[in-house]
Design a protein around this ligand. Structure first.
Ligand SMILES: Cc1ncc(COP(=O)(O)O)c(C=O)c1O
Length: 388
């Protein structure tokens, strides 16, 4: 894509009326701009739209099945994007969180410890609690302006009998793309203490920093029980076409997931998801490259707007979610989030939503029209200036 084509995916106006983030934001105030829910204000790739049109033309929407060609499309995507061939054994899921639910349900018993690494995608903790397991927090550490996993503490928690580690890779909300050494150490700890490693790699393709994404399954770790959860929804902005794959070298782990899902419904895959996802993995490269380039400039716009303020924006290695330390302005992130919502008409998420370790931070989704982002950052900066 070149020239004017580069950003022709940007939707300049508010999103469709059935968009959660737009609907709830505009219901709150007609001028509210949403930067909270992690979806993009971007049109899906043209090959996806075309596949959906063709599927609609077929006009019959009977019970469907997941064709082998869908996983082949995924495998050829990962081979092209990061030179990786996933294991052959796989399982289709209604979504990534359905996989996380089923994993916790089938790899542990009520009361067992499940390790999460906050600040982290909050449905992880909600799932563990809802299933009556015990949340074992291994809080990320922030040194020299960068988050890392606390591997010493991880070892202690794993050796204390935890059953599962929910790994978010890349990590929402802190934007880290874990490097090979960190992942290898994590995998070794899990293997050594017989902890099942559940790698949520939904953000795998959104690498905005030029860093290399390392799939957990590319590591050589004997004895590791690993399940990876992937999806096209985040990458191609199609979360309204939900669906995901789990894959593993250990068939019994996939069987466990299938058992965990049984009785929940969702056994018939959505035909539109199948059509759109297949096209995305087959032909979505140029669109994604253009989106990543657009996101990089958006990141620069925000940094520029907040440059004069005592706000520290974490390096955005992956995802399109900026993680901003605003504690020098107000350590009460919920109060600050509400002020920005009410005075700047910009709806971000308070960091403490991702666990106590997120206190003092705000998360901002920058996958939106640059003009909208720039204008909202101007309004946000004016509110923050009054605090400093
Ligand atoms: C880390 C992570 N996992 C899972 C999901 C949701 O996946 P799904 O809608 O397929 O359940 C999200 C959505 O933002 C996410 O950030």
């Amino acid at each position: 894509m070149t020239g004017t084509q580069l950003d022709d995916f940007v939707v300049p106006g508010p999103g469709p009326s059935d968009s959660v983030k737009w609907h709830l934001s505009r219901a709150h105030h007609p001028d509210m701009d949403p930067f909270w829910v992690a979806d993009m204000d971007f049109r899906a790739p043209e090959p996806v739209l075309s596949a959906l049109r063709s599927r609609t033309e077929a006009a019959v929407f009977g019970c469907s099945f997941v064709p082998d060609s869908l996983y082949e499309a995924y495998s050829s995507w990962t081979a092209r994007r990061y030179g990786f061939s996933p294991p052959v054994d796989h399982l289709w899921l209604p979504g990534v969180m359905a996989g996380v639910n089923a994993a916790v349900a089938s790899y542990s018993q009520p009361g067992d410890g499940i390790i999460i690494q906050p600040p982290v995608y909050f449905p992880f903790a909600e799932t563990v609690e809802r299933l009556g397991r015990t949340i074992v927090e291994n809080t990320l550490v922030r040194t020299d302006g960068r988050y890392t996993m606390n591997l010493d503490e991880l070892e202690k928690r794993a050796s204390a009998g935890a059953k599962v580690l929910l790994l978010c890779s890349p990590h929402n909300p802190v934007g880290r793309v874990w490097d090979e050494n960190e992942l290898q150490a994590t995998a070794d700890i899990c293997a050594h203490h017989n902890v099942v490693l559940v790698a949520d790699e939904i953000h795998a393709d959104l690498i905005v920093s030029g860093r290399r994404f390392v799939p957990a399954a590319s590591l050589e770790t004997s004895g590791l029980k690993l399940v990876t959860l992937v999806s096209a929804t985040k990458t191609f902005n199609i979360p309204g076409l939900p669906g995901a794959f789990a894959y593993s070298r250990d068939r019994s782990l996939l069987d466990g997931l299938a058992k965990g899902l049984s009785g929940c419904g969702g056994g018939i895959p959505n035909v539109m998801t199948l059509a759109g996802t297949s096209a995305a993995w087959q032909e979505g490269d140029a669109w994604l490259d253009a989106v990543i380039s657009y996101l990089k400039t958006n990141e620069a716009v925000v940094r520029d707007r907040f440059d004069h303020l005592p706000v520290t924006i974490e390096p955005l290695e992956g995802t399109y979610l900026l993680w901003m330390d605003c504690s020098r302005i107000d350590s009460n992130d919920l109060r600050l989030q509400r002020r920005l919502r009410d005075e700047a008409r910009a709806w971000l998420i308070q960091g403490s939503r991702f666990g106590a370790a997120g206190a003092g931070f705000l998360r901002m989704n920058i996958a939106t029209s640059r003009d909208r982002l720039d204008a909202a950052c101007g309004r946000i900066a004016r509110v923050l200036e009054t605090e400093t």
